[in-house]
Write a protein that binds this ligand. Structure first.
Ligand SMILES: Nc1nc2c(c(=O)[nH]1)N[C@H]1C(S)=C(S)[C@@H](COP(=O)(O)O)O[C@H]1N2
Ligand SMILES: [Mo]
Length: 335
């Protein structure tokens, strides 16, 4: 039997409409035939009031407080509220709908965890769960996160530079690229066990960076957000954050990092190479084949019908730090 699988290469309109309109439409479809604006408002408000959406039987993942140095320089960025950061997610291993990971990942087991860093280097290492938060001093990084679907957030991540981790393994002269791999565990990740739930992706999810991109000080290995360890829906226990690239580069729940001589395969490029490239730098001048990238919907604490549509910035506003990496490259060809 041929099953029609929804995937981002066939994005539904809901993925790029205003979040509140989308949720309202969903509850509308689910619960009732027709609702006036007043009743809609009440339904949405009472839904938000149920702390975290979980029913009594759902296990709730426990995060732990972290010690870290504050990001003084970026305190004036208006942060996306924590409740939105942890309930509006893309993590297809736990379902391809935005609200699914927060629900389906709560029983996720992060201990024991092993992260191996190997490949073209002199000192391959394996880190276990405790190493992730103890190997390096932790710092807060308040970054903009711009999804290729044209929504964005501002998130106070906590972590350490990817560069520091790479230096630990002493890369050799053949190390030109860095490949990343997410945990493969269909028993824990329902989207890996069910093609429809997992959006048609072939798992494990894989990503990659060029070595000079990986060594840029902005590239962060994140182990937490909003002062605590990461919740599973945001990529516990450790994920990458590359703020000048579309969100899909920021791979979650990483178990392997490999230094390579050649450009590695990456999940979204494999799935739809016309639509998603290896570089995936945020670029308002290069539209996605099916929608504009010139603007984005910033997810804020704004009211129920807030639009918060803002202009998208080249390199997501981090051009000063990273534009030099792409000198002489045609960014429309290497999108
Ligand atoms: N393993 C894995 N990593 C992933 C994804 C995913 O589906 N699987 N989604 C990516 C996408 S498309 C985005 S926008 C960000 C979202 O991160 P957030 O949910 O913490 O905001 O995670 C990225 N990392
Ligand atoms: Mo994304």
């Amino acid at each position: 039997m041929l099953v029609k699988i929804p995937q981002r290469s066939q994005l539904t309109e809901s993925d790029i409409t205003d979040e509140s309109v989308y949720h309202d439409r969903r509850s509308l479809l689910k619960n009732m035939g027709f609702l006036g604006a007043g009743a809609l408002m009440t339904a949405a408000l009472s839904k938000n009031a149920q702390a975290g959406f979980f029913s009594d039987e759902t296990p709730v993942f426990k995060t732990k407080p972290l010690d870290y140095k504050q990001d003084i320089a970026n305190q004036d960025l208006i942060k996306t509220p924590e409740q939105k950061v942890i309930s509006h997610n893309n993590f297809y291993e736990f379902g391809s709908q935005k609200e699914q990971p927060a629900k389906l990942a709560q029983a996720f087991n992060v201990e024991p965890w092993k992260l191996t860093i190997s490949g073209e280097c002199d000192n391959p290492i394996t880190l276990d769960y405790d190493d992730l938060t103890k190997m390096f001093p932790l710092e807060e990084r308040i970054y903009r996160l711009r999804c290729v679907e044209a929504w964005s957030m501002v998130v106070p991540w906590i972590g350490f530079s990817l560069a520091d981790l790479i230096k630990k393994v002493s890369p050799n002269s053949r190390a030109k690229y860095v490949a990343f791999e997410t945990l493969y565990d269909p028993k824990q990740m329902p989207g890996q066990a069910n093609r429809r739930l997992g959006g048609g992706i072939k798992y494990p999810y894989v990503e990659g960076l060029r070595m000079d991109e990986a060594m840029n000080p902005l590239a962060l290995m994140s182990v937490g957000l909003y002062g605590k360890t990461l919740p599973p829906q945001n990529g516990a226990p450790i994920r990458l954050v590359v703020p000048w690239k579309y969100g899909f580069k920021s791979i979650k729940s990483i178990v392997a990092i490999k230094l390579l001589e050649h450009e590695p395969q990456t999940t979204w490029k494999k799935l739809a190479p016309r639509e998603y490239g290896f570089y995936a730098n945020v670029n308002p001048n290069h539209d996605h084949p099916r929608w504009s990238q010139a603007s984005e919907r910033r997810i804020t604490s704004g009211g129920l019908f807030a639009r918060n549509r803002i202009e998208t910035l080249p390199f997501n506003g981090y051009g000063e730090e990273v534009a030099h990496l792409y000198q002489g490259m045609n960014l429309s060809k290497h999108f």
